[in-house]
Design a protein around this ligand. Structure first.
Ligand SMILES: [Zn+2]
Length: 191
């Protein structure tokens, strides 16, 4: 298989990982059709072929961030960590095996989104959130409901702030991530 690089999260996609997190996607990747980045969910148009030995690094550094943008990115990072953490815990609480796996995959993707914001904002570390306990949510349907609300909130956040940031690159990334979360809204609708 040809190797690819995702221009959004910078991960290399190859024959060993193209199916990663497949439970978090509406359509699956195949060897000859990479529809999305398995790590951040970005659409195939942001994925490009790389040849052997080619320098493959994605530069997400934004030269000059203004204060407003920095705060927006900080909140976006926290939102994604909060959601990533929720999915991680929800995957342990869920009873249905399919839902469990989907939550696990969604957790990986949301944490990758947080890392993207960390890089964009030039932040040193991902935030440590106060310990959240979701164990009172005993039913899968309630967990799915909570998940769905979070995804809607994420889409709203990206759409609300995508025009307020100081860089067109960040606007573009917010739009891409908003589309990814939009798919998550569909995935977390009750089946
Ligand atoms: Zn990616």
């Amino acid at each position: 298989m040809i190797n690819y690089i995702c221009n959004i999260c910078g991960m290399i996609i190859n024959d060993k990982n193209y199916e990663f997190n497949k439970e978090a996607f509406l359509y699956s990747n195949s060897l000859d059709n990479i529809r999305h980045c398995p790590f951040c969910g970005a659409d195939s148009i942001y994925i490009k072929e790389i040849s052997k030995g080619e320098e493959n690094r994605v530069n997400l550094t934004i030269e000059e961030l203004d204060e407003v943008t920095s705060v927006i990115l900080d909140h976006a990072m926290k939102l994604e960590v909060f959601n990533g953490d929720f999915y991680k815990k929800a995957s342990k609480l869920a009873k249905n095996e399919e839902i469990k796996k989907m939550f696990e995959a969604l957790s990986n993707i949301e944490f990758m989104h947080a890392k993207i914001h960390k890089t964009l904002g030039g932040f040193k570390e991902l935030p440590i959130l106060k310990k959240m306990d979701y164990s009172k949510y005993e039913e899968d349907s309630i967990l799915m409901d909570l998940a769905n609300k979070r995804e809607k909130h994420a889409v709203q956040y990206y759409n609300k702030y995508s025009q307020d940031v100081c860089s067109s690159k960040i606007t573009e990334i917010f739009n891409i991530l908003s589309d990814v979360e939009e798919d998550h809204i569909h995935l977390t609708l009750k089946k």
